[in-house]
Design a binder for this molecule. Structure first.
Ligand SMILES: Cc1cc2nc3c(=O)[nH]c(=O)nc-3n(C[C@H](O)[C@H](O)[C@H](O)COP(=O)(O)OP(=O)(O)OC[C@H]3O[C@@H](n4cnc5c(N)ncnc54)[C@H](O)[C@@H]3O)c2cc1C
Length: 317
């Protein structure tokens, strides 16, 4: 690993906070990378219609807004890598951000993973975590080669993860709590070994040492069914800050949001946070973007050891 491979800023998360931070960081000539699990997993991607983001002449979908923000960041030279961060090492001068197949090294890190997380709510989910229950198909699919797995969720993320698993598992059940998936039906080009079960709630994940079966309830008539599976991949969303990959490396509040000051600094020098993952009062795209801007300017100040923030790089060029 050379000095050349080290980024000035590694941004975790590619929602409005992370992408705005990327735009400001890259525009200030910082070597910047955004490591993002999936654009489909950003909270804004669930919004069909955005009309309150400043500057919009017409309402657009959340996906379109994300696309614009990403193009803007890439236009200033930021890199974008689609990968899930599974761990970090934040102490020291050079910080490390880990995905399943790569380590990103950075002089600073901006945490911008949003608040679509949830506590394990399905009976057995917590008990079988790592014993058949997983939240990361890319990380764990290979353990289920030739086996039967279920994916719980109805979003684009759940469909994508089913596709990943279908390359390893013999059979994949995509279990949707709703009759319709939250994606265009014609985009659900799942492989032959993926079967979509619509309108089912998973009541319990059962087994002895490891996962053996799931207990399903049909939403329409509450009928019970049991499905033998070796693995359960959960892609349901909630409204809790996504901080599991941090393993308490930065200070969190009792509500498990990342604590920052108004400069978006965490308790660790060179580590900043922005958007819904922080203890922000109002969860809106404009606030997340504004936080991202402040975090990037604070990272720039940190890296160059400036006393003050610099705002406009265009003028000095
Ligand atoms: C249905 C809905 C409608 C909404 N409508 C509006 C609206 O009309 N106007 C408005 O202003 N706001 C709206 N919001 C709120 C807005 O979407 C959020 O405030 C905003 O998206 C927060 O931005 P963020 O960047 O902090 O987080 P997010 O947009 O949630 O982005 C977080 C990113 O982090 C990534 N990520 C998560 N975990 C990891 C990991 N381990 N590794 C790598 N990447 C990871 C995700 O893939 C995602 O791309 C709405 C929210 C929802 C749910």
């Amino acid at each position: 690993m050379t000095e050349h491979d080290t980024y000035d800023v590694v941004i975790i998360g590619g929602g409005p906070a992370g992408l705005t931070a990327a735009q400001y960081a890259a525009r200030s000539d910082l070597k910047t990378v955004v490591v993002d699990k999936s654009p489909a997993a950003s909270a804004i991607a669930f919004a069909e219609r955005i009309e309150n983001y400043p500057g919009l002449k017409e309402p657009i979908s959340g996906r379109e807004l994300i696309e614009i923000l990403r193009e803007q960041a890439l236009g200033f030279g930021a890199e974008y890598v689609e990968a899930q961060v599974i761990g970090v090492k934040l102490e020291g001068e050079i910080k490390e951000v880990y995905t399943i197949d790569r380590t990103f090294r950075g002089r600073s890190v901006i945490i911008a993973t949003g608040a679509m997380g949830r506590k394990p709510t399905i009976k057995g989910e917590k008990d079988f975590l790592g014993k058949g229950v997983s939240y990361c198909a890319i990380c764990d699919a290979a353990f289920f080669r030739g086996k039967t797995v279920s994916v719980i969720g109805n979003t684009e993320e759940a469909v994508k993860e089913s596709e990943v698993l279908s390359r390893f598992a013999e059979k994949v059940y995509l279990i949707s709590p709703t009759e319709k998936l939250k994606v265009a039906e014609d985009s659900v080009a799942v492989e032959g070994n993926v079967e979509v079960l619509r309108g089912y709630i998973v009541e319990e994940i059962e087994g002895d040492e490891v996962v053996e079966k799931i207990h399903l309830k049909r939403v329409s008539d509450e009928g019970d069914e049991y499905l033998p599976v070796d693995g359960v991949f959960v892609y349901l969303h909630g409204s809790r800050p996504i901080v599991d990959f941090l393993n308490f490396a930065v200070d969190l509040s009792d509500e498990e949001c990342v604590i920052t000051n108004r400069l978006m600094e965490t308790n660790i020098p060179g580590v900043f946070a922005a958007g819904d993952v922080t203890c922000v009062e109002v969860r809106q795209a404009v606030i997340a973007a504004a936080n991202g801007c402040v975090a990037a300017l604070s990272a720039e100040k940190f890296i160059h050891g400036r006393k003050r923030r610099k705002y406009d790089w265009a003028k000095s060029k």
